[in-house]
Design a protein around this ligand. Structure first.
Ligand SMILES: Cc1ncc(COP(=O)(O)O)c(C=O)c1O
Length: 391
């Protein structure tokens, strides 16, 4: 029976890592994989995470199951981190932000939603997650690579013309992956108004809080939307903001003004999780809970996250200055936010950059700004300019 299977394609982003590893070029640069790197090219464990882990090692008394909804104190503290204090939601701990998106999609389907609107380009896994849960994905162009402009008009006209009551709309809460494009306050207000007018459900994907302009300011648009739209879903990841990638830590939250509805929402989220993996893992959530509820650890974590963001901002400024002679539109790299920007390069040039200069990025042209350090930046800029000059 298994012989009838056809092979699935490898994820092109994950396939980049072995290619990079196999390249003997000593000056090679990995701008592909989506993790934060410091100026020495490491993805360090946050100091506060190490200290929280030491505390947990000393104090943890059992490995008994955490319960189907996960660590309750984590769910609350993480919600306060994302949504601020004083907002009610039905929350469940998930297997990373990906698990949160999957549970969100299942909840949408169980609530009678059958479609989700997705601006493209977007995180390469979004469509797969929503389709796996049985939602149809409707895409619309959200970013023009050549001009580096966010296509807010396309988003508004697509939603106006095609969205039906009960449809879901995916919004990146901050630090858009893969474009870094910033949705301004007027566009957030317009899309919020559209969601209310047409009876749509926003699904906010929050995976990079703290990497844009700050922990609080990155969450401000999401929080304003929560204040105005009664029924929302938030899928939140701790992978980047706490550097816990492999611990698979996240949570999904659904809001409703009615406590009885929130109770029903939670029961559905728990049921979907129970039928998929029974219970979430403990460790990452216990670390985040420990950090967020200890003022000293929290302060230290915040300092380190601030430093990571400042490093990315500094790299953005250097790249923008170095690349804007190629195209004035690339000056936007300086004001885009988060780890990623999308370069207007065709596949031929991207492969040439790998082969001749050891610069690795996926064929989409997405670069992880945090993959670059100050020592490598001049060489990467020079190579990009040289390849462009070659035509
Ligand atoms: C936009 C976006 N959402 C969600 C995720 C999922 O994160 P996690 O690793 O926590 O599953 C990612 C990861 O890259 C992402 O870029």
């Amino acid at each position: 029976m298994f012989e009838t299977l056809t092979r699935e394609a490898d994820d092109p982003l994950l396939a980049l890592t072995p290619l990079f590893k196999a390249d003997p070029n000593p000056a090679k640069v990995d701008l592909g994989v989506g993790v934060y790197r410091d100026d020495l090219g490491r993805t360090p464990v946050f100091r506060a995470v190490k200290r929280a882990e030491a505390l947990l090692l000393e104090t943890q008394e059992t490995k008994a199951y955490v319960g189907p909804e996960g660590d309750l104190a984590f769910i609350e503290a993480f919600w306060n981190f994302v949504a601020g204090e004083g907002r009610d939601a039905a929350g469940v701990q998930t297997v990373g932000g990906t698990g949160a998106l999957r549970l969100a999609a299942e909840l949408l389907r169980r609530s009678g939603s059958s479609r989700i609107f997705l601006g493209t380009p977007t995180w390469s896994n979004h469509s797969a997650i929503f389709q796996a849960a049985g939602l149809s994905v409707v895409t619309y162009p959200l970013f023009d690579v050549a001009s580096q402009n966010l296509l807010a008009g396309e988003m508004m006209s697509t939603l106006a013309d095609r969205a039906q009551p009960g449809d879901a709309v995916l919004l990146h809460a901050s630090c858009h992956n893969p474009t870094g494009a910033v949705m301004d306050d007027a566009t957030w207000a317009a899309v919020t108004e559209m969601i209310l007018r047409k009876g749509l459900v926003p699904l906010l994907d929050s995976a990079y809080q703290g990497f844009g302009t700050g922990i609080e300011s990155d969450a401000a648009p999401l929080r304003r939307l929560l204040d105005q739209v009664p029924e929302t879903i938030v899928a939140a990841s701790a992978s980047k903001s706490f550097g816990l990638y492999r611990e698979r830590t996240g949570a999904v939250y659904a809001t409703s003004p009615s406590p009885a509805t929130r109770d029903k929402l939670k029961s559905h989220l728990v049921t979907v999780g129970r039928g998929s993996y029974s219970m979430p893992p403990d460790h990452g959530a216990a670390v985040v809970r420990t950090i967020l509820t200890d003022p000293e650890l929290r302060e230290d974590w915040r300092t380190e996250l601030d430093e990571a963001r400042q490093r990315i901002t500094a790299m953005r400024a250097i790249l923008a200055e170095g690349l804007s002679p190629l195209s004035p539109a690339l000056a936007a790299i300086a004001t885009q936010q988060g780890m990623f920007s999308l370069l207007p390069l065709d596949e031929r040039r991207i492969i040439e950059l790998r082969q001749r200069s050891g610069i690795y990025m996926p064929l989409s042209g997405r670069i992880n700004i945090a993959g670059l350090n100050s020592g490598q930046a001049p060489g990467v800029i020079a190579a990009l300019r040289a390849h462009a000059a070659r035509g």
